[in-house]
Design a protein around this ligand. Structure first.
Ligand code: FE2
Ligand code: FE2
Length: 172
């Protein structure tokens, strides 16, 4: 494997893991708040994350990349994070969305910058998904994320968790 192939393999592995986490976060939020006024928005975001996940799952299979061994962890941790913040209230759920999507935005921007013309299609896919992640962040901001109790602490904690999850999923 060339170093470029190794890099792309690690991108696909971490992205599949991250999108699994994202699907589970919105499923967790929807389980708690689905019948409330944000139910439709949460289902909309969960649907987009599912499409992101399906795309990376397909690419992982096509390229014969080993998926992360930590899928069971992200399956549970994503749901717990989503449901947990939702139990703290609608604004805390939106604060979680903003923190997670900001972390993913930075992550995808970094990947896109490192992909060259030989991976133009993957780069375009990542940029397309990044646009949707920013849409999710904006939904969070428009729905009171910054008014959540202890917003700076909550946001910093979730972002650190995301960065740790990214670091682990690139390696394990
Ligand atoms: Fe996503
Ligand atoms: Fe997202």
């Amino acid at each position: 494997m060339t170093s470029g192939e190794r890099m792309v393999a690690s991108f696909l592995r971490v992205n599949q893991a991250g999108e699994l986490g994202a699907v589970r976060i919105y499923q967790g939020q929807h389980a708690v708040l689905g019948k409330g006024r944000h139910g439709t928005l949460l289902a909309h975001m969960a649907g987009q994350e599912q499409r992101h996940l399906d795309t990376f799952s397909r690419l992982i299979a096509e390229r014969g990349v080993r998926p992360t061994a930590l899928s069971p962890l992200w399956h549970v941790a994503g749901f717990v994070l989503g449901a947990g913040t939702a139990l703290m209230g609608e604004r805390a759920a939106m604060a979680c969305t903003v923190a997670v999507e900001e972390a993913i935005d930075a992550h995808y921007a970094g990947q896109a910058a490192r992909l060259g013309e030989d991976e133009a299609e993957l780069k375009a896919t990542i940029e397309e998904f990044r646009t949707e992640e920013l849409e999710h962040r904006d939904i969070g901001l428009a729905n009171g994320a910054e008014q959540a109790p202890a917003y700076p602490v909550l946001s910093a904690a979730i972002k650190s968790g995301c960065r740790l999850a990214i670091w682990l999923s690139e390696r394990v």
